[in-house]
Design a binder for this molecule. Sequence first.
Ligand SMILES: *Cc1c(COP(=O)(O)O)cnc(C)c1O
Length: 408
Amino acid sequence: MKGFTTRIVHSDRGKPIEHGSLQKPIHATVAYGYDDARDLAAAFQGTKPGFTYGRQVNPTVEALQDKVTTMEGGVATVCFGTGMAAIGTTLFSLLRAGDHFVSSSFLFGNTNSLFNSFATQGLDVTFVDATDVSQVEAAITPATKLVFVETIANPRTQVSALAEIGALCEARGLIYFVDNTMTSPYLFQPKDVGASLVINSLTKYIGGHGNALGGSVTEMGRFDWRGFGNLYDTYRTGDPSRWAITQIKKKGLRDFGAALAPEAAHHIAIGAETLALRMEQQCANTLAMATFLDAHPLVSAVYYPGLDSHPQHERAKALFRHPGALFSFELDHSVDLWAFLNRLEVIVKSSNLGDNRTLAIPVAHTIYYEMGPERRASMGIDESLIRISVGIEDTDDLLDDLTRAFEG
Ligand SMILES: *Cc1c(COP(=O)(O)O)cnc(C)c1O
């Protein structure tokens, strides 16, 4: 098999591209016309390949879906307007009132918010420390259908017990739903630990340039959907490994309408070509910055799985190509948080992650503000915690920027 980047860069050539165009064109269309009405009906019935309506399918988006499937080594992918749309639509499509799922408590803040909303709609969720498989196991009930984890949690960088939870899900017949956003398929393929479904926020590393929102869910072909009662009969035809992803695409996208725009799909597809090149530089920068701060007398803690001191350092080393491009740290309380941040010149004060630019954000005061101090404390978020999403700048410029910010 060809290498990771070769496969991404040449992925569109797996199907004919209009006029031999090297870039998949942006198909700015909502609907598709047919000469023979029977072909239109066949496209709707799925008996012949064909495009129906832009909320569910578009050729530019389809090319990106194939690219993500290639990257993850999966069976098929559906794209969405955002990563949150991918998570929300997938769970809404597959679970029903009365079902229960287990989730890591170390979650992207918006996913945490979404799961709490689910809990008000008759879906039951239990949050556990997913770095420890025994806590996941203890939370399983007869109503449990699914386990949700992130690979590396943001901002404190806990690494879930990915392989052990995969084995548990397989033994108990549970859907294993892995959010691979923080690692991206270049650093880690959740398929290797038995994931059933993998989501990526394409907004982050895969798109990489902070210029387009997008999300995806990929079917890995590991779960036996024949025994899963929440699938409608219309989608139970053909290869069983495609039943659930077809329900997510046909019913989920139809019901919720969170489609990815073709223009955004184009931006993301261009970004994806350099995923490996960018991540190599980003991960090297991250290790340099985390190591520098770890040795600094005015820093009280650094959280990065690449450091020996990290509780899941060995697990990260065993599972990931590199331990990610995001870390967080706590300043000594003698350092003024705002003055420190405002002295940064190269590093931008901003939310988002996975951009080519290095971004810093004071976590408790921004993305975790709404949660309140109690929930923050329970998630280990100190008031001085700064999250850094590391970009592709030259390493010395980033280290100089940090050095200057401490000098005042
Ligand atoms: C950003 C992010 C999401 C949501 O993605 P959006 O594209 O911003 O909706 C989901 N999971 C993780 C881990 C993220 O970092």
